[in-house]
Design a protein around this ligand. Sequence first.
Ligand SMILES: NC(=O)c1ccc[n+]([C@@H]2O[C@H](COP(=O)([O-])OP(=O)(O)OC[C@H]3O[C@@H](n4cnc5c(N)ncnc54)[C@H](OP(=O)(O)O)[C@@H]3O)[C@@H](O)[C@H]2O)c1
Length: 327
Amino acid sequence: MSDRMRVVEITEAGGPEVLKPATRDVPEPGHGQVLIRIAWAGVNRPDALQRAGLYAPPPEASDLPGLEASGEIAAVGPGVDGLAVGDAVCALLPGGGYAEYAVTPAAHCLPVPEGMGLKEAACLPETYFTVWSNVFQRGKLSAGERFLVHGGSSGIGTTAIQLAAVFGARVFATAGSAEKCARCTALGAERAINYREEDFVTILREAGGADLILDMVGGDYIPRNVKALADDGRLVQIAFLSGPKVDMNFAQLMTRRLTITGSTLRPQSDLAKARIADALRAEVWPLLAAGRVAPVMDSEFPLAEAAAAHARMESSGHVGKIVLKVA
Ligand SMILES: NC(=O)c1ccc[n+]([C@@H]2O[C@H](COP(=O)([O-])OP(=O)(O)OC[C@H]3O[C@@H](n4cnc5c(N)ncnc54)[C@H](OP(=O)(O)O)[C@@H]3O)[C@@H](O)[C@H]2O)c1
């Protein structure tokens, strides 16, 4: 194994063109970490935010983009139990996925679900960790509740629709075209709302109000989400694609007993992420192995063409996940 590896790095803050192929030293796994020889790396919207200079990596993480990957264990650091060289895994990464090798805590690795290829497995960690922790742990979605997810055709949205439906929720999703809406209903949404033509607030209020909303849009969606919630409803914010600031009347939070919360995955502690991994292994990996939920694949690009992958994601023409072929 060479001690140098091919990577794609962010040369400066900017558009997709600032992503450039380069070579770096292969990292070494520290205590409790593994080194993964990457086969496929998932592309996520936070990678584009990092590239644009809007989402700095945590201090100890690689400065290379890439929050998830699949491949095989190439080396294990001291103190690692239960994983050995050659094991096939998919893993949540603190960064560094746009590369031939990456290190991550062993506790953030999950097995490739039975019957699934490495390409699909690379697309699981970032969205499944995010959806599980925000919809089921923080948002406490339960069977029979009405759940609204915005950006229903996104990597996050396609995962949230399937998981919420399989756990017995009534799913509503917004998306920006009739074709994207059709994909959302095919995945399990009982009602997909083309937000360019219909008002999600009216539709949710007619249905009795949303018990839980997962939102990545923010901006003027914040007061509209509050109106769309049922009494005792919860709003979980995972991004602000339209901005984080808004002028709104908060009295409804009190009079209708609403909760507004949110989180980002990347800055959370290794232990917190390991606990999410444990819950996914127990609750969700059997559903993936049984084919009851599956990643929705949009397109693949060679690692060296990561810039084209970002351009596709930022065009919002995609449905589901974009992946980089590394090996
Ligand atoms: N908090 C966390 O821990 C966490 C973790 C992962 C991802 N995220 C966030 O979750 C969101 C989805 O991530 P992803 O990787 O699944 O991204 P993605 O596939 O690129 O999805 C974003 C989608 O949002 C929709 N959208 C709605 N309003 C938009 C706007 N104003 N600007 C751009 N897009 C808009 C677009 O679909 P339409 O064409 O239908 O509008 C687009 O396809 C991102 O904002 C990401 O930053 C948060």
